[in-house]
Design a binder for this molecule. Structure first.
Ligand code: ME8
Length: 511
């Protein structure tokens, strides 16, 4: 059967400092969606990478006394290593300093020139190097003689220079029509409304080249101008698919992108500029932009400039990668901001992983090992209590695909962990240990029903905690190929006669 294609991306990261929890969060979130689509039998392409041009990076290189290319090589490697540390399943890692990328950017630029959407003029206004963004005067506040963006809090500087402009203003109406026709182009809905209101308030033409520095892609046939880093960076989503070779398999299979996962700070670029560039260049816009909130430390965005970073690497060393992945996905509400702390992390590991899912696996596996020589056979029909339990589980699995397909991961996790809770309860209520001497058949049945749920829960949690769930699935002799969602169509996963392997402690309780 031919699989449907799904192209999912993370933002490409600025290699301007060490990776922090915000980066980890954005990447893991996209990874969970990518892994889910794979077990839902989609042909997935998952892309991440580094955004290496522009003044921000040039300045970071200067601070480190390195040539920008040498600096980028070094820091991009750190981000590439992060993909392994976070156990990301990305299929590609793109760098905007690669040739395949500049080729695509050049082509996009030329198309915009040909369509008459680019003209030469002069930019006079505010610019934030830290955001690589232009701001209107009504988005600026003054504090201690310095100017800041009200949107991001970053310092801005006044810029006056010759610049090419993109006719963004002429795309206002078409963008509004596009949002109207594609009502799930921007999720969550609150962000969609924000974007629509911003566009309705009027769009100004966008400066898309700079002349005051050199680190970037040159405007074709013009050595003086460097292409605006956001026009450059956004194009990575196309260059990874071999654009402008639109006959290439990757491009044919995966464009338009199914899902760009991004933070709310870069929503304007993805939900306004990006579709406008693409529409102007006669390229289909992506299907969806999902904008997540910020990870906060206390009440503030976690960021290097604010010095309030929880280091993901240290947390992984102490608690484990699956533990961090689960915590970030469960605790941070994906549409809005979320505050994280070590205390909450430990509570979450104990309550959901150690006491709930981990305990369920451990108690059932060790019971079967100790009382049934690791072998169980299901012979009886299901009882009324079994039926009731299974119905409850089915109710909880009913909307799981829908939740994931709407990026409602919080709801998804809540349902799955509830199945684990119910399975623990089922065992408590059914008390298989009391049947050891007088009704082995019934005891086998109960254990089989419980372990079938463990298999289901492990598959459902696999996109979030891939390492630990694979341990359980291996012990159940479920091979990688069989880790998929086919069981949601009412199929049982395990055979009636079952021999299980050993399972070590999955999650240590933190005291
Ligand atoms: O924006 N909480 O790169 P970046 C949650 N190069 N997410 C956070 C965060 C926080 N505290 N801090 C950062 C860029 N992020 C551009 C992207 S794409 C064509 C170019 C998220 O390294 C942020 O929202 O500054 C963004 O989605 C991602 O990390 C990369 O941020």
């Amino acid at each position: 059967m031919k699989k449907d294609n799904f192209f999912i991306t993370t933002p490409i990261y600025y290699p301007s400092g060490v990776p922090h929890m915000g980066h980890a969060y954005s990447s893991i979130l996209a990874d969970v969606f990518a892994r889910f689509k794979r077990i839902d039998n989609f042909n997935v392409c998952f892309l991440t990478g580094t955004d290496e041009h522009g003044l921000k990076i040039q300045k970071a290189a200067e601070r480190n006394n390195l040539e920008p290319s040498v600096y980028c090589e070094k820091i991009s490697k750190v981000f590439r290593e992060l993909t392994t540390t976070l156990n990301l399943s990305n299929d590609d890692f793109i760098r905007t300093t690669e040739k395949r990328h500049s080729k695509a950017v050049n082509e996009l630029w030329n198309r915009l020139v040909e369509s008459g959407d680019i003209y030469l003029s002069k930019y006079k206004g505010w610019y934030s190097v830290s955001d690589e963004a232009y701001y209107n005067s009504d988005e600026i506040v003054e504090k201690d003689g310095k100017k800041f963006s009200t949107f991001s809090g970053s310092q801005v500087e006044w810029v006056e220079e010759e610049s090419f402009f993109f006719k963004l203003s002429s795309w206002e109406k078409k963008l509004l029509e596009f949002y109207e026709q594609n009502d799930k182009f921007i999720l969550p809905i609150s962000r969609r409304n924000e974007v629509i209101n911003f566009v309705k308030s009027g769009l100004k033409d966008l400066s898309v080249s700079r002349t005051s520095f050199t680190w970037g892609i040159k405007v074709p046939n013009n050595d003086k101008h460097i292409i605006y880093v956001w026009l450059d960076a956004l194009t990575n989503y196309l260059s990874a698919l071999n654009f402008p070779n639109t006959n290439h398999e990757l491009y044919k299979n995966f464009w338009p992108a199914s899902l760009h996962v991004i933070g709310k700070d870069i929503l304007r670029f993805h939900a306004i500029y990006w579709p406008a560039f693409l529409l102007a260049a006669n390229i289909a816009p992506p299907i969806r932009v999902f904008s997540h909130g910020w990870i906060l430390s206390g009440d503030e965005k976690m960021s290097k400039s604010k010095g309030n970073i929880l280091n993901p690497l240290e947390i992984i060393d102490t608690y484990g990668i699956d533990e961090l992945r689960y915590y970030l996905m469960k605790e941070v509400s994906h549409g809005s901001d979320g505050s994280i702390s070590l205390k909450n992390l430990e509570e979450c590991i104990n309550s959901d992983l150690a006491n709930n899912y981990g305990n369920l696996c451990q108690r059932v596996f060790s019971f079967i090992k100790n009382n049934c020589e690791s072998k169980i056979i299901k012979t009886l029909n299901i009882s009324y209590a079994d039926k009731k339990f299974i119905e409850q589980v089915n109710l909880l699995t009913k909307n799981l695909k829908h939740d994931m397909n709407n990026q409602d991961l919080n709801k998804y996790i809540k349902s799955v962990i509830n199945i684990s809770f119910l399975t623990n309860k089922y065992i408590n209520d059914e008390e298989p240990w009391k049947l050891k001497n007088n009704n082995k058949e019934k005891m086998n049945n109960i254990l089989h029903i419980a372990i079938e749920q463990i298999a289901k829960i492990s598959i459902l949690l696999n996109p979030i905690i891939p390492k630990k769930t694979l341990k359980v699935l291996n012990a159940l002799k479920i091979d990688k190929k069989s880790v998929n969602l086919d069981f949601l169509n009412k199929k049982n996963i395990l055979s009636k006669t079952l021999t299980i392997g050993d399972l070590d402690i999955l999650f240590k309780k933190i005291s």
